[in-house]
Design a protein around this ligand. Structure first.
Ligand SMILES: Cc1ncc(COP(=O)(O)O)c(C=O)c1O
Length: 451
């Protein structure tokens, strides 16, 4: 490793950071993380903190998961790459597909299509859902519906169904035929409704209304996160996703569950869909499938959808989509080891228990700190604080103040993530009660520093 002077001097000079203004990265150089162990990260100055971000919602098993590291190095040694494009495959990806089929049997998902990450998984599901309707002779079904506030990655398809202007405006025009309905976000919504169940019904009515307006026969799929994540952790009422499923089925619209962050235990259930008792038509996964140790993803496909493709005799079901790294053997080996550890450690159970502790702790902070407008969580280890400059008007917090909270919390022992007016927490699922306390104490200090 280069010495710390070199790293600090060159920081952000020769690279552009995702989701950042290049000038801001130069003016406020990012934290240089050089080591990681368990649920902790260590920066270039030797400052060690609990990682409340869990890498980026992906390091569910922490940074020291030896079986995954061993699987990666053994696979690299034996066969570092071979393609799964037509005509060839590799042994590991066959084994992984059988494991995933068993893991997602309760959701009725029996086939996998592999990708290199979450945005690829979203793109794959959007494309295959259009193709599904073409195979069935309904070529006019090309549009996509989604939720405002939703996040679906940054490819053109994903950005088009994204529900946040920050990821859209600079890149417009986006894909035609993508329409959005209000999210079940009790703190701010166009209905001025704070009751989660009533808001869920209003959003479902808005979905019915949009389908009637567009014409069901023009819509390919509805895509949603079971719990909205990057948009500020918005857990819907339990009636919402089952309601969406019912409406989609009634109108012949496919339901894509974007579970890039919720699959593999984060909500306290093995998937967000299972959490709400829903069987989607496609499920996008990535991130925790390899614990973040290798870029990899899988789109899981419902048996009924698979039957339509596999029984086609016209040639229309030939898949003209895929990535060089689809089914990468090193990624597949990492995913196999990761799945085994995920199940062995029952990280979903710890996510539920520690998620409850964290949510309760954040609610206690709300009682003490005026700057907290809303506390969201309660569905596993994903929580957010929405900060405001004035509680009664809900005027958003300014950037300087929220950054001060983040910096002070970091100095006190926890890395937390700022996204717009939100502080987002998505720690590893192997977090202990003591780690939860460390995060809460650090946040308390951060909030005090800012007020
Ligand atoms: C729900 C959801 N979908 C898609 C993505 C995009 O994944 P990636 O950044 O791996 O492309 C993300 C990333 O955070 C996500 O949270």
């Amino acid at each position: 490793m280069k010495d710390s002077n070199f790293l600090k001097e060159k920081n952000a000079r020769s690279l552009w950071h995702p989701m950042a203004h290049p000038a801001d990265s130069l003016a406020n150089p990012p934290t240089i993380v050089t080591e990681a162990e368990g649920v902790n990260i260590v920066d270039v100055d030797g400052h060690k903190v609990v990682d409340g971000v869990g890498g980026l919602w992906n390091v569910n098993l922490g940074f020291s998961c030896q079986p995954v590291k061993d699987a990666i190095s053994a696979q690299l040694e034996r066969m570092p790459y071979y393609s799964t494009f037509r005509g060839t495959t590799n042994d590991v990806v066959i084994e992984l597909s059988e494991e995933l089929r068993e893991f997602f049997a309760p959701e009725g998902l029996t086939r996998a299509f592999y990708t290199s990450g979450g945005s690829d998984s979203v793109e794959t599901a959007l494309r295959l859902s259009r193709q599904y309707h073409k195979i069935k002779g309904e070529a006019a079904r090309t549009k996509f519906l989604s939720l405002k506030k939703g996040y679906h990655g940054t490819h053109f398809g994903g950005a088009s169904v994204n529900g946040n202007a920050n990821f859209r405006t600079a890149y417009e025009p986006l894909l035609a035929g993508c329409h959005h309905i209000p999210a079940p976000y009790t703190y701010r919504n166009p209905f001025n409704e704070t009751d989660p169940e009533k808001l869920s019904q209003l959003c479902l009515a808005a979905l019915e209304d949009e389908i009637a307006f567009q014409g069901a026969g023009t819509i390919a799929a509805f895509i949603m996160e079971p719990v909205l994540g990057a948009g500020g952790v918005i857990p819907p009422h339990e009636s919402f996703m089952p309601g969406v499923r019912e409406i989609c089925s009634k109108h012949g619209i496919l339901l894509i569950a974007d579970e890039v962050i919720t699959a593999f235990g984060r909500t306290g259930s093995w998937s967000g869909s299972r959490h709400w008792g829903v069987q989607p038509d496609f499920m996008c996964t990535a991130k925790a499938i390899t614990n973040g140790y290798f870029p990899f993803g899988a789109v899981m496909i419902a048996d009924e959808v698979a039957q339509v493709f596999e029984s086609d005799e016209t040639g229309k079901a030939a898949i003209g989509h895929g990535y060089t790294y689809s089914g990468h053997p090193v990624g597949a080996a990492a995913a196999l080891a990761c799945l085994a550890e995920t199940k062995r450690l029952k990280v979903n159970e710890n996510a539920a228990a520690r998620g409850k502790d964290l949510h309760e702790g954040l609610q206690a902070l709300h009682a003490k700190h005026e700057v907290i407008g809303d506390v969201r969580g309660g569905e596993g280890l994903m929580c957010a604080l929405e900060l405001v400059s004035d509680r009664s008007s809900k005027a958003p917090i300014d950037k300087g103040t929220i950054n001060k909270v983040q910096e002070a919390a970091y100095a006190e022992g926890a890395m937390v993530r700022v996204s717009g007016p939100n502080i987002i927490l998505s720690p590893p699922l192997v977090l202990t009660s003591a780690d939860v306390q460390t995060i809460l104490t650090a946040l308390e200090k951060g909030l005090s520093a800012a007020s």
